[in-house]
Design a protein around this ligand. Structure first.
Ligand SMILES: Cc1cc2nc3c(=O)[nH]c(=O)nc-3n(C[C@H](O)[C@H](O)[C@H](O)COP(=O)(O)OP(=O)(O)OC[C@H]3O[C@@H](n4cnc5c(N)ncnc54)[C@H](O)[C@@H]3O)c2cc1C
Length: 383
């Protein structure tokens, strides 16, 4: 796989380590997990042994505190191998951004402790009536003395059925709408918290996606992240970070589709010559490779902006919009070139195509990315 970004020698070393991990733990089971069930916990445990259980966990709590460029590189590798696994292992980053933004030292220990021990965490924002319109969250958090009492139902929560800790967004003041949302750390063993329906998905089947039910879940008031009313802002800022990682995975997926297709056309003989000798296929491959590379540059540009503490919200939305649509298009083109074989379960592209479909939906649909981009343009801030 070509790499067109100036990684440091340490990043190249880490890339090698991730590739070795993928060969040992992910490649051998990816198809079986896709067909028969979710990622075994042993993969997360092995990931933990590599020191990668939570890429963004800060050094102050014993984490690797990897920068955004390095995280993107790792998620691109995981996306290349299996997007479901990337989504599952990536959940520990998604649920951590809110804590990095607003957590005090005690909250950081509480949140990152279980993740660094080799458990999953989950980010619980979406509800049956609050998807794109996150401000419509109806889960409530009622203050009672030194506690909050949480009630409501979340849905489509990645790793929600297997997580040890959750970041839950709930309303502390219904009258204020989106401005009344707040973010909380909630541990799995709190009475009243349970997982409901497990989604039977068309792709990314290695990841666990569930309904999360909160019935009179009592948590200490000290589990509030930031202040009451900060929830919406924290959720959106967390998703700015998450979207860059979704885009990085999309680039990995697209590169995999391209590589699968290149290998196929070299071997397939059609009308007495290899498919690769046909200009229609070769030109299509050239366009696919160009699109993948354009996406990659958007991802790493966004990562550099974030690491340099520059505004990157609009760039992140543009990157997710471009890369996720690009991944789907490249997967589609690869399947087209590979003909009927590409449509069968014998071809990895069939799984790649099913997996890629989620990319433009989760962490904000691509219509929502357009809302963010247009909003930034029209506000006149430029970012
Ligand atoms: C596999 C999977 C994993 C997920 N993981 C998580 C998770 O870990 N945590 C979490 O909180 N959520 C998660 N989600 C939820 C996901 O982020 C939401 O489903 C997504 O944001 C879209 O919300 P919705 O499904 O309610 O779609 P809707 O909001 O109902 O949107 C339906 C359609 O209307 C369009 N639309 C809606 N509003 C607008 C608008 N203002 N302008 C233009 N078009 C609009 C949308 O683009 C979409 O095409 C996950 C979902 C899936 C499928």
């Amino acid at each position: 796989m070509n790499r067109m970004f100036d990684y440091t020698p340490e990043q190249f070393e880490l890339q090698k380590k991730v590739r070795t991990f993928v060969k040992k733990y992910i490649d051998p089971i990816a198809r079986d997990v896709d067909a028969n069930g979710e990622l075994p916990m042993s993969v997360l445990k092995a990931w933990k042994e590599e020191g990668l259980a939570c890429l963004v966990a800060p050094k102050e709590v014993g984490g690797p505190e990897l920068d955004t460029v390095t995280c993107a590189m790792i998620l691109e590798e995981l996306g290349y191998a299996d997007l479901g696994t990337a989504t599952a292992l990536g959940a520990n980053n998604l649920c951590s951004y809110t804590v990095l933004l607003a957590g005090n030292p005690e909250q950081k220990k509480k949140h990152f402790g279980p993740l660094l021990e080799g458990n999953y965490g989950a980010f619980a924002l979406t509800e049956p009536n609050a998807g794109s319109d996150a401000g419509a969250v109806s889960t409530t958090a009622r203050r009672e003395g030194n506690e909050y009492v949480l009630n409501g139902t979340k849905c489509f929560i990645t790793q929600g059925g297997v997580a040890a800790t959750y970041i839950v967004f709930a309303s502390t003041d219904k009258c204020k709408g989106a401005k009344g949302l707040s973010a909380f750390i909630v541990e799995r063993d709190r009475p009243g918290l349970s997982a409901g329906k497990v989604e039977d998905k068309m792709g990314i089947r290695a990841s666990n996606t569930v309904e999360l039910i909160l019935e009179n879940v009592r948590i200490p008031a000290s589990h509030l992240l930031g202040n009451e009313g900060d929830g919406m802002k924290l959720a959106m800022m967390s998703l700015d970070s998450g979207r860059l990682m979704v885009a990085a995975q999309a680039v990995g997926v697209a590169q995999r589709a391209l590589d699968e297709c290149v290998e196929y056309v070299k071997g397939r003989v059609d009308n007495g010559k290899p498919l690769s000798a046909q200009q229609s296929a070769a030109f299509k491959l050239a366009d696919m490779a160009t699109a993948v590379e354009a996406g990659r540059q958007l991802v790493y540009r966004g990562a550099v902006l974030k690491d340099a503490h520059q505004p990157y919200s609009k760039h992140s939305a543009m990157t997710k919009l471009f890369c996720t649509d690009m991944a789907m298009q490249v997967a589609r083109d690869a399947m087209e070139i590979m003909g009927s074989y590409g449509y069968t379960k014998d071809a990895y592209i069939e799984k790649v195509w099913r997996d890629a479909r989620i990319l433009s939906i989760y962490e904000g649909t691509n219509q929502v990315q357009r809302v963010v981009i247009a909003g930034a343009l029209l506000k006149g801030t430029g970012h």
